[in-house]
Design a protein around this ligand. Structure first.
Ligand SMILES: Nc1ncnc2c1ncn2[C@@H]1O[C@H](COP(=O)(O)OP(=O)(O)OP(=O)(O)O)[C@@H](O)[C@H]1O
Ligand SMILES: [Mg+2]
Length: 293
């Protein structure tokens, strides 16, 4: 069946399956409303028709959501960034263009001092370009005021840093909970979501531990659970594996791939590690403030 020029398959199969149960439902509604089915033989068919229409309407809406292709999560156009130090301007980013698509794992590589962290900070709204445009989920990040950028960052972006950035006095559980509190997620949803996120990174058994009671890899996995808890669209990670050995680094990358598949998040990260670059959907290489292709 065609709707808006798009073929719908899955939801209609579902609708068909649900069709079987509509007679039952219609009969139950008739009973609840104390309509005498014998007196009004048409009532069940009428209700059945109504329910069927509703099921199909819902299926169509679901189909719309499923098939309309989403735009890029990030679009960066001609971004420049200079810093003034001691009366001298340092031109760090010199015309960056890039894109991150939904559920993509994008990596930035480049020599130390090439500007990767500077760019990542701007992608997350922590800093503003000197010139150029950054669109986050279709919205002009470069034009947003501080308050709007902070709101978007807290609610729709997650950050992971090289050195874990956990609150030292809080347990793993409380650290994850904190990001839900900061994002304004209703309290009633916290328990289930924290438990789910800690399970996703394989740390259910460490929930009560504080950071100093965890290994580096475990701390970084708590940091990941914390960064994704509020269901961000975008996860930014600055050298998330730099302080870990290769086995733990591989574990972190496995967690990243898992959350891309299950959480509908895109990840943009920096790394120096060539073995890690292999799992990227796309790698941008920064040289002298620009990407080389
Ligand atoms: N706030 C600032 N003021 C002045 N210069 C800055 C500032 N932030 C960054 N820079 C300069 O910009 C350049 C790029 O720094 P950046 O931290 O982005 O590099 P990087 O690619 O992340 O390096 P690394 O791989 O070592 O982390 C450096 O020369 C740095 O000194
Ligand atoms: Mg850096």
């Amino acid at each position: 069946m065609k709707q808006g020029g798009v073929t719908i398959r899955i939801p209609f199969r579902k609708a068909k399956e649900e069709r079987k149960s509509t007679v039952d439902v219609a009969e139950r509604i008739a009973l609840e409303e104390q309509v005498d089915i014998e007196d009004e033989p048409g009532i069940v068919q009428e209700l059945e028709q109504e329910i069927l229409q509703e099921v199909e309407h819902e299926a169509l809406q679901e189909a719309d959501q499923e098939v309309i292709p989403k735009g890029p999560v990030l679009q960066v156009q001609e971004v420049h960034r200079s810093f003034e130090t001691g009366g001298r301007a340092i031109h760090v980013l010199k015309g960056i263009n890039m894109e991150v698509q939904p559920q993509q794992l994008v990596m930035l590589k480049g020599r130390s001092g090439s500007g990767k962290t500077t760019l990542l900070n701007m992608l997350g709204g922590l800093d503003q370009p000197t010139s150029g445009e950054i669109y986050f989920d279709g919205r002009a990040f470069h034009e947003a005021g501080d308050a709007a950028r902070t709101r978007m960052r807290r609610q729709e972006i997650g950050f992971i840093f090289q050195a874990y950035a956990l609150m030292p006095l809080l347990s793993a559980w409380e650290n994850v909970e904190l990001s839900l509190r900061m994002a304004g997620v209703p309290k009633g949803e916290w328990n289930q979501r924290v438990a789910y996120c800690l399970d996703m990174v394989g740390l259910t058994k460490r929930a009560k531990h504080r950071p100093f009671e965890l290994s580096g890899g475990e701390q970084q996995r708590v940091a990941i659970a914390k960064a994704i808890a509020h269901r961000p669209k975008l996860l930014l990670a600055d050298e998330p594996t730099a302080e870990l050995d290769s086995k733990m680094g591989a574990q972190i990358m496995a967690v990243f791939q898992k959350i891309i598949a299950t959480e509908e998040v895109s990840i943009c990260m920096t790394t120096h590690d060539p073995t890690i670059l292999e799992v990227a959907d796309h790698v941008y290489e920064m040289v002298d403030g620009k990407f080389i292709t």
